[in-house]
Design a protein around this ligand. Structure first.
Ligand SMILES: [Zn+2]
Ligand SMILES: [Zn+2]
Length: 439
């Protein structure tokens, strides 16, 4: 491919005026390019094309393929999704007229009723004005809802049932502060799943509860439950009550076996692949039974992966080995050749995987093998090798040409607000927004 070279004068050689013009013009170009980037991300997310690689979400794909930090990547996905339903803001963003900072803030509260109003403020004010307005608006809305909170308290409940497919379905109605606590715990647990420090910018109010995000919350709930049970030290006799037991027939664990002989204690049956995954790294109690399945002899408890091997494995792998994964907590030791098939429990035959990726290997057709030199290789269900970290390559594109190719005229004034330095009347601005919502 022939590369296009963009020769720009060295900043030292620019006058003060042209230096400022160069910065504002380039910022407008970057805004146009960012709008294009979010358009592309929205499409990738909509098609779930990132799923082909076994990464957990669109944000993880961005983290892996583009080197964007997870917090920033999640925020980009949130904004990209929100923009799909905000045509006016999207259009102004695509023309480089409102910056990404403003768009980010607006998408937290924008809907079809108020987007033109917000856009008017965004065009006239600075990014701080828009952020202040969004914050004030959310505070006012919150106070209004306090009146109904008391009624909500009396309506609280939590119900569950086992669905036909063996899933547990939970439905809960929680008072706001309790709900917020649950959401915060879920948010933290999702962050932990991604080995990402808590980041204020990460939005919990993603407007579209789509599959990947919701699925990660479900995983997070499982982790919260697991953490609660392990951190709550009960007297040992009681502790047994707080373990999740899976009954499984040894024969059923073998790869070629046709028996689906696994079930949760007091719960539904489990498919063989799931049972194999759970057994990969678990505490095993052998139970000898007679022909009628009555217990004859209960063996000693043993871990499939003894602590010493586990420590060596943690030292070697540090975290989940799946390409692009950043998880360092809630890890399973996966047997490359399952112990039920005669695989050895030694560091060579083990690899650390987070629960999500462990499930992909056992239940979703992804494969993992080792080469003779010990390198661990992962493959998609279609046998395509998944590279560890792809190199970022920038073909002959520059940000200026993105605006030009899109037929957008970008100048030093495109992005600058029409603000003349006057004070913003926040009360009036919030009132204006509220009125939009009441129309
Ligand atoms: Zn496994
Ligand atoms: Zn992983």
């Amino acid at each position: 491919m022939e590369s296009v070279r963009f020769v720009a004068p060295h900043p030292e050689h620019l006058s003060k005026e042209s230096l400022q013009d160069a910065i504002t013009e380039l910022a407008a170009c970057i805004t146009v390019a960012t709008a294009r980037l979010l358009d592309l991300i929205a499409e990738l997310d909509r098609r779930e094309a990132w799923g082909d690689w076994g990464v957990k979400s669109c944000a993880h794909w961005l983290n892996w393929q583009c080197g964007i930090g997870l917090g920033a990547a999640r925020e980009k996905v949130r904004v990209a999704r929100a923009l799909a339903m905000l045509p006016l803001i999207r259009e102004a963003f695509a023309r480089g007229e409102v910056s990404y900072s403003k768009v980010r803030a607006m998408t937290r509260i924008a809907d079809s009723d108020n987007e033109d109003y917000l856009l008017m403020i965004a065009r006239h004010g600075t990014a701080s004005h828009v952020e202040d307005l969004v914050r004030s608006f959310r505070r006012v809305r919150h106070n209004e809802s306090a009146k109904v909170a008391n009624e909500a308290h009396t309506m609280r409940e939590l119900n569950w049932y086992w669905d036909d497919d063996g899933s547990l379905v939970i439905k809960a109605r929680l008072p706001a502060e309790c709900g917020a606590l649950v959401l915060k715990a879920l948010e933290c647990a999702v962050d932990e799943i991604d080995d990402q420090q808590f980041n204020d910018n990460v939005s919990a109010e993603t407007s579209l509860p789509e599959k990947p995000y919701a699925a990660r919350r479900a995983d997070a709930l499982g982790n919260i439950a697991g953490d609660y049970l392990t951190s709550n030290t009960k007297p040992s006799r009681q502790a047994e009550r707080y373990q999740v037991l899976v009954h499984v027939n040894r024969e059923a664990l073998k790869k070629m076996s046709g028996v689906d002989g696994a079930e949760l204690q007091h719960g539904p049956g489990l498919c063989r692949d799931t049972a194999r995954r759970i057994a990969c790294d678990a505490t095993i109690i052998e139970l000898e039974t007679d022909a009628q399945d009555n217990p004859l002899n209960i063996g000693r408890k043993s871990r499939t992966v003894p602590p010493s091997i586990r420590r060596a494995l943690e030292h070697r792998d540090k975290g989940c080995r799946f390409p692009g994964c950043t998880n360092v907590r809630h890890l399973d030791a996966h047997h490359l050749q399952h112990w039920a098939d005669g695989g050895e429990t030694c560091v060579r035959n083990l690899v650390l995987l987070c629960r999500h990726h462990h499930r992909l290997i056992h239940e979703d057709g992804f494969k993992v093998t080792t080469r003779d030199d010990g390198k661990v290789l992962f493959f998609t269900p279609g046998d395509i090798w998944i590279p560890d970290v792809p190199a970022l390559t920038a073909p002959g594109t520059n940000v200026e040409s993105i605006a030009k190719d899109a037929g957008i005229d970008v100048s030093a004034e495109t992005l600058t607000p029409k603000w003349q330095g006057e004070r913003m009347d926040m009360g009036m601005a919030v009132e204006g927004l509220i009125q939009r919502g009441d129309l």
